[in-house]
Design a protein around this ligand. Sequence first.
Ligand code: ADP
Length: 560
Amino acid sequence: MDVRRRPSKALRPAPKEPSSAPEPTGAKASDALPLPLYFTNALFFTLFFSVAYYLLLRWRDKIRNSVPLHVVTFSELAAILSLIASFIYLLGFFGIDFVQSFIARASNEAWDLVDEEEGEDHRHRLMACSPSIPDHIIPAVSSAEDEEIVDLVVKGTIPSYALEEQLGDCKRAVRIRREALQRITRRSLQGLPLDGFDYGSILKQCCEMPVGYVQIPVGIAGPLLLDSFEYIVPMATTEGCIVASTNRGFKGIYASGGATSTILRDGMTRAPVVRFPSASRACHLKFFLDNPSNFQTLADEFNKSSNFARLQSVQCSIAGKNLYMRFSCTTGDAMGMNMVSKGVENVLAYLRNEYPDMDIISISGNFCSDKKPAAINWIEGRGKSAVCEAVIKEEVLKKVFRTSVATLVELNMLKNLAGSAVAGALGGFNAHASNIVSAIFIATGQDPAQNVESSHCITMMEAVNDGKDLHISVTMPSIEVGTIGGGTQLASQSACLDLLGVKGASKELPGANSRLLAKIVAGSVLAGELSLMAAIASGQLVQSHMKYNRSTKDVSKVGS
Ligand code: ADP
């Protein structure tokens, strides 16, 4: 079956890009036409040109014989009708693609005139598959048609990745891809839901080749009393105890008067690696970048592609002939990887003119360092660096946590400090910061892979007020969060951000929402640390896990 055939509107593809899927050849008879498509086209072409030729001859004869043009014979009338009919057919078949590509070109040009970044956002929406159209008014498709397309995907005639573009209907594309996958693998995807998700919202920005979505329950913990405000924190997790334990931590913090937080630093980083013919040339560029009088030139280049990315610093490191430049910038409310990368590209283009012998090896040379454990993030910070503290009263420790100041302080020293040192930890001087970070990241649409450095945390505990109360703090140098861009735009994640009052871009001060989110993450980690450490100290850990984290169902039966 030719997916470009005319009769089925639902199958009419979006305007083609040069890279789009190869055209399936050998058109079969279409549903509406009794003949193969190429034959029907040839027929109408021949009809059009032959009747046009015939009418022109008749016209010439009439002029020569002085016969009025409006006096037509029956054969001339038939010829005129055939000409009109074939013209309509040809216009309908070839004209629509032309008009579509014309409209697409016109709208692309319009977007190019818009501010680059704003345009990019809107273009995403333009390319999406009309997510706002309710299912019931999307033209119904016969299962016979879907069946044919599934068959072509299974055979490899239509690439699975091209379905959204070819069909112009995201949900239908997912349904067909899913079916093809089940047939190819002979595995059932039953249990992986298809309905109830807006596949248009992830197109070209969040996930390619979707076949469904994974459900993760979202629990709530709170209120977290932080800097005199209360927050109910959404946590997406499948590990029992995490939400309950954080909730208990919040309760203890609340009863003790709340927690206080500070953002120490806010800057996303990207570090390209460039190579020179010699180490001395690499050092020459390092000295150029280190010179404060050159900073403004670099900042002007860096900042020109964004209204929000503002260069803060460039930190250099040399390895022989190779130079690693760690650019750091503010990114408003976005987590900022795209922004910082664009800024770095601008600077590299500028440096290339100044240093023609510079060879750009990679936009990321791992000195950034993204999604990998690295001391640079632990020491210098990346994203938001936050510290959060609370003084937990003696009676609260006794009543809520069933432990004491001295027990917790000793446990923290032996486990989170000495124990982690013995293990050679890198940023892991805590009990379970990553449990809380991951759960909030997933609920609020953050990049879960950045949990690696975002969970770097040192938990400190100290006796205060003559040993009666506990001072607890978490210091987290690289919390990488945003409230705009990426997964934060999706409906569920955006609802969770809204619950916290940090959805989207801050209207008052760009960056205020993302910084508040980082503080909430730190406050929640503080609660998680307090509660888990207390559970270990009082010997409750195994009991509570048996209560919340073990199903009473016979797991062996479920498995089989
Ligand atoms: P990231 O850099 O985190 O990958 P994106 O580039 O996907 O983020 O999304 C950020 C987009 O949101 C940019 O196009 C930017 O212009 C826009 N934007 C609008 N308001 C803000 C804001 N307050 N802070 C940051 N970005 C904003």
